[in-house]
Design a protein around this ligand. Structure first.
Ligand code: MN
Length: 424
């Protein structure tokens, strides 16, 4: 047995030099999991990001299967042991370097897929400022519905149209009925929006009929990704009463390619803050451990690059800056406990979206519906362009990172896609 290494130690360096660059999202303290292939004829294989490289962890003998689902179903202690082994192998001075090095590939020379096969997708609504801001547009007197502080609100989303970062998609068409019109029309959405969210990727599932208690939830969560829940607001307004979102959201969802593991996120945990006067959660949604460290500090950004900006070679504007912990009313563990309390079985690779993670302050609204107050106040961009909703040719990129004094910064990798013209 080798001594366990502190995989978070800020002094750890890797013999993969690009992992030691101060701005890399993937230093040796991160080690996120994803799936790669060298060309489309190959099956997907498990990889770990290190600097600008991808490590084929199965080829390198650091895991026993190239299938991501195998890693997802490992007990948490085994996932931690695998992280230790990978960290040790990649550390500066490792004797394993000669054996490991042939299994590294430049990230830009491989195709990155969805981090796992996603069989089921549920989307929550845990951003309380988002809930209040959007609720206010329709119900100025009661922006938050009475159930909000008691039950984590969610709906069942569509898994088949979840795309990995980098896949552009066509503006959706659907039924739209403008206020005052006598009948709806079928047309391309004129109110296409993004939603900045995080995605919780499930590891081990639960048997049908068994609930996952809140304090066991960490055993069942593999890690986090960035998620863009693209939304057609005009379709949504007309179709969503009384059963909620359907075609307004099912046309595309974009996910970042890397699962940043709960192990990597451990140094960035923080207490869950529940405002004084709010009801305490029901017992199945409450535990001292979850109150003490159920939240995670992640700084989140949305970047918008218009076609005009791209033509002039500019990277775009940062139009949203917010934080997971400040935005979220419920923790990951509460979502897992709630989702399974009725006996619903979650499966490895199931995806839980958090909902739009808007903060309270200026610049922290995390979708255009909020930023433009329902399409009334244009967002002015640095090059003079304006947006109420997204135009064809716009590229939206979500970014996330964790920073804390005395810790190495880790990042999520981009979650990006561009809007193409609607199909004829
Ligand atoms: Mn959403």
């Amino acid at each position: 047995m080798t001594d366990p290494v502190d995989t978070h130690s800020p002094g750890l360096l890797s013999w993969v030099e690009s992992a030691n660059a101060p701005q890399t999202p993937f230093p040796i303290q991160n080690l996120p999991y994803g799936r790669f292939r060298r060309d489309a004829s190959e099956p997907w294989s498990v990889g770990v990001a290190i600097g600008e490289q991808v490590l084929d962890v199965h080829g390198a003998g650091l895991c026993d299967s190239p299938e991501m689902v195998r890693w997802l179903t490992l007990p948490r202690a085994q996932r931690q042991a695998q992280r230790q082994a990978i960290s040790r192998a990649l550390q500066h001075g490792s004797e394993e370097r000669a054996r490991i090095e042939p299994w590294l590939m430049p990230m830009d020379a491989v195709e990155l897929g969805l981090p796992c096969e996603i069989r089921n997708y549920s989307d929550f609504f845990i951003g309380i400022h988002h809930a209040a801001n959007t609720g206010r547009l329709y119900r100025p007197d009661t922006p938050l519905l009475p159930n909000y502080r008691w039950v984590p609100i969610g709906y069942h989303g569509r898994a088949s149209s979840i795309q990995v970062s980098g896949r552009d998609f066509a503006r959706p068409k659907g039924q739209v009925k403008p206020p005052g019109a006598g009948a709806p029309a079928m047309q391309p959405s004129e109110q296409l929006d993004f939603e900045l969210e995080m995605g919780i990727v499930m590891g081990q599932g639960n048997a049908h009929g068994d609930a996952i208690p809140i304090d066991a939830a960490q055993e069942h969560i593999a890690g986090l990704t960035l998620l863009n829940d693209w939304s057609a607001r005009d379709l949504q307004r007309w179709e969503s009463q009384p059963l909620g979102p359907f075609l307004a959201k099912s046309f595309a969802t974009t996910l970042s390619p890397w699962i940043v593991t709960l192990e990597a996120l451990a140094p960035f945990r923080r207490p869950l803050i529940r405002p004084p006067g709010d009801p305490q959660p029901l017992p199945y949604l409450d535990s001292p451990a979850d109150r003490a460290s159920g939240a995670i500090d992640v700084t989140l950004e949305v970047w918008l690059q218009t076609a005009g900006m791209r033509a002039r070679g500019t990277v775009g504007d940062c139009i949203v800056r917010t934080g997971f912990a400040q935005a979220a009313y419920w923790t990951m563990a509460q979502l897992v406990a709630h989702h399974t309390v009725n006996g619903c079985n979650l499966m490895p690779g199931d995806l839980l979206g958090t909902g739009t993670l808007s903060g309270e302050g200026p610049g922290q609204a995390a979708c255009l519906l909020e930023i433009t107050e329902g399409g009334k106040r244009p967002l002015r961009l640095s090059n003079g362009e304006e947006r109420l909703f997204l135009h064809d040719g716009d590229t939206v990129t979500l970014r996330g990172s964790c920073e804390r004094p005395g810790r190495r910064r880790i990042g999520f990798g981009d979650c990006t896609a561009a809007i193409r013209h609607a199909r004829p």
